[in-house]
Write a protein that binds this ligand. Structure first.
Ligand code: APR
Ligand code: PHB
Length: 392
């Protein structure tokens, strides 16, 4: 088989890239290790920046997002037992974010891909990348006991943190930066109305908590747990009790509980691999960088990467110009590092760290008080939360 771009991974990065390339008349095949149901079973964050909304519209998959997504013009910060609103809209000249689950984004992209009759190879085994240091790269995989080869012009490595793409780059060509946080997020999805109509990020003596949602009838909640914690140790009741104990009295009173639809623990990590291009192999999304989920930047960074990548491919095929490809890595990484900084800062401000003790919490509270009391500090936060501009 031959295609212009072989995309490894059918997560949000790979699928969005596939749609954007298709709109630009560029042929691509997506090669995914798992089944469609497995991919759709992963519950991840759900806050879209305007840049992501615009790219989903450009890809022709924004219809359901606009109909069902919930625009949010503010968030709440809870500390010392009281909530304080950050007016995202008022502080950023009218910008907002859209609450719409990553699972739904993935579903919309999968459906659009199927409707357009585009090729996705699911359950591809032993994917390997070849010759991306030359002009005729290849991807090989096995399926139903047979080995297949796809010849292409480019390989897009959209296969996440544990994928084969970054692992195929010679170690000497790669610089990596990593920080693992000493805790995780225990998350629960439940068909109960959200405790508040805006997201609540809570700093408490018992650790961080987040109240989020998927719709008016479906909530997504998280509590910080030690990194070695096991999900089996948490009954639904134990989770609801812990969450309630981290809320202010009014929210604790309003909290509606119910059976969990999904319950899992996610580790928190900051990670960046540089550069993001190696000859004809281009990394995008979680394959190149991970942020802790505080601030929900993971999906948005992935979308911005593939936005730049699709544009660079268009310049290559349309104008025979490689200059956008040459700039791809630098352009992405400038945005990536700013989101890494924001996610690290917001994590550091809201979580309970095992080593910092009582003075750590006092310092966090002082910074939170300054943040909600200073228009300059609130504006800096709001600008980052709604998403930085998509630079040229
Ligand atoms: N071969 C083929 N596919 C692979 C391989 C492989 N060796 N390894 C991984 N994959 C697939 C995974 O099964 C997954 O479907 O690549 C896909 C990568 O998807 P994600 O991990 O969702 O990464 P990405 O598309 O970059 O999405 C970024 O999703 O992971 C969240 O927090 C992240 O929100 C961010 C966004
Ligand atoms: C979520 O809804 O899952 C979510 C929202 C905001 C975050 C992280 C996760 O910062």
């Amino acid at each position: 088989m031959r295609t212009q771009v072989a995309i490894i991974g059918a997560g949000p990065s790979g699928l969005l890239l596939g749609q954007l390339l298709n709109k630009a008349g560029i042929d691509a095949v997506v090669i995914e290790r798992q089944s469609p149901d497995y991919v759709l079973g992963r519950i991840r964050a759900g806050v879209l920046e305007q840049v992501t909304i615009d790219l989903l519209d450009k890809a022709g998959v924004g219809q359901r997002m606009h109909a069902e997504g919930l625009p949010h013009g503010g968030i709440e910060l809870l500390f010392k037992g009281a909530r304080h609103r950050i007016d995202l809209e008022g502080l950023t000249g009218g910008k907002h974010v859209m609450v719409y689950g990553q699972t739904e984004v993935t579903r919309d992209l999968m459906e659009a891909r199927a409707d357009a009759g585009l090729t996705t190879i699911y359950q591809a085994g032993d994917v390997t990348l070849h010759d991306f240091d030359g002009s005729q790269p290849k991807v090989r995989y096995t399926r139903d006991g047979q080995t297949h080869e796809i010849a292409c012009d480019f390989i897009a490595g959209c296969d996440g943190y544990h994928g084969v793409s970054r692992a195929s780059v010679p170690e000497a060509a790669l610089r990596t930066y990593e920080k693992v946080y000493p805790f995780g997020w225990l998350g629960v999805l439940a068909d109960v109305p959200p405790v508040s109509h805006e997201l609540i990020y809570a700093n408490t003596g018992r650790g961080f908590a987040l109240c989020s949602m998927r719709s008016a009838t479906r909530s997504r909640y998280y509590v910080q747990v030690p990194m070695e914690e096991k999900v089996e140790n948490w009954s639904d009741d134990a989770f609801w009790n812990e969450l309630q104990s981290r809320l202010d009295p009014e929210a604790a009173e309003r909290l509606v509980t119910g059976p969990s639809l999904e319950k899992s623990i996610a580790p928190l990590r900051s990670f960046v691999a540089e550069p993001m291009r190696f000859g004809r192999l281009l990394l995008a999304g979680d394959a190149a960088h991970i942020v802790p989920p505080t601030g929900a930047k993971g999906l948005n960074l992935a979308a911005a990467d593939v936005g730049y990548l699709a544009r660079a491919m268009q310049a290559f095929y349309g104008e025979r110009s490689e200059s956008a490809l040459d700039r791809y890595s630098d352009l992405c990484l400038r945005r990536v590092w700013k989101a890494e900084r924001f996610s690290w800062w917001f994590t550091s401000l809201t979580h309970k760290f095992p080593d910092t003790g009582a003075i750590g919490q006092k310092l966090q509270q002082a910074e939170l008080e300054y943040l909600v009391g200073s228009r300059a500090a609130s504006t800096a936060m709001a600008e980052n939360y709604v998403g930085l501009p998509f630079a040229d």
